[in-house]
Design a protein around this ligand. Sequence first.
Ligand code: NAD
Length: 454
Amino acid sequence: MQNLIQAQRNFFNSNATKNIKFRKQQLQKLFDVLKDNEQLMYDAIYTDFKKSSFDTFTTELGLVYSDIKEAIKKVDDWASIKNRPTNLLNLPAKSYVIPEPLGVSLVIGAWNYPYQLSFAPAVSAIVAGCTVILKPSEIPENTSRVIAKIVNSNFDSNFFKVVQGGVEETTELLKEKFDKIFFTGSTAVGKIVYQAAAKHLTPVTLELGGKSPAFITQNANLKIAAKRLIWSKFLNAGQTCIAPDYLLVHESIKDKFLNLLKSEIEASHFDTKNGNYVQIVNKRNVERLVDLIDPKKVYLGGNYDAGNRMIEPTILDDISFEDSIMEEEIFGPILPIIYYDDLDEAIAKVKEMPKPLSCYVFTKSKTSKNKILSEISFGGGCVNEAVMHLSNPNFGFGGVGDSGMGSYHGEEGFKAFSHFKSILDKPTWIEPNIKYYPHTPLKLKLLKFFFRLN
Ligand code: NAD
């Protein structure tokens, strides 16, 4: 591990990655090798948890391809020196900011979107000019193996290398000094990563999870809300960091909305046999999720097949904030519904909880929308939609508080792996002596004037 990191550091110090043409070539190469190996990736992820090619393309590879294309198109601009105005006190001078890559980066991925969560941060690192050591999640083992094969047989390990492994290997990696650590995973492990990074003062981006609420107010378009919520919740069998974790539904629309949710679930035909559904990733998670289903609260679903790692799309009705399902991120196909009659009280309850990664608002009321968006702190979200904000390349994506720090995709990703040097560039043909000794009342008066003007 130390040899690998040293080799990457030597390569970085050779300035090779600072060359924009090199970055574009490596990004194009990544694009090409992913394309060439698409079938291999589809087969691996299907073996791991029966994810269809359709879902793998739309929720993983498609996003990575679009990030790569955007990076190639925009890197000249992102990496260019940017002029800034010079304040009066410093005139005459030029002021500018030089973006520079941070150096040797470590990217640690989560299992739920294994391709996207490995390659999208790697794209950000490469476009910024960093070298990359990528540690994908070990849980989908075929997928992890394919990621390693694709990268390690096509890239120079001094520049981009996949290291496979679980807790033990990651713990070893985290003992070393990196110039940037980018972590996607749970809040609990995020804290471990942050502590390890602190020992070396390594900057981190932490893409974590949380319980993302969806508000449905009394005047929402309920049919559309039900359709969009059911799709976004049961996509990947609920194993999505930005999935709506629970619904906050106005009491007055209770029966109508429950019926609509039920119809949407029935119309979606969630089944691994038709590619509309995936397995729960492992036995441990099946057990954890089944424990969360209180049979007394089941409105729909609730059945499971542990051997096949399948849990039916499940709606739990009339849940309260005190129920055990409200303690942790669900990360599975169980949707609890909490009813509220006072929006302020519902908002206050959400604010007592850790800051979520996302928040969704289904409403026609501008007042309710603005209230929720302005009063609750969360990573990002949608109005009358769910999860789709991730697919807008013009947004940065990230959490706040317990759901993470920093953001990426597009230019935000470039920034996450960059440092910006501020340079004041002075000519030598003039040397006002105002700052030099001896200090006089007139000089002070002049300086005060300049500071005030700035
Ligand atoms: P996890 O935290 O268990 O694992 C993430 C990575 O950390 C894996 O590569 C794993 O090998 C490593 N790891 C696990 N335990 C470790 C330890 N003790 N020390 C060092 N490394 C360790 O997360 P997961 O189960 O893979 O993913 C699920 C979580 O990730 C959910 O909370 C979800 O919300 C979150 N997530 C967040 C995003 C996002 O973009 N914000 C995206 C996907 C998933």
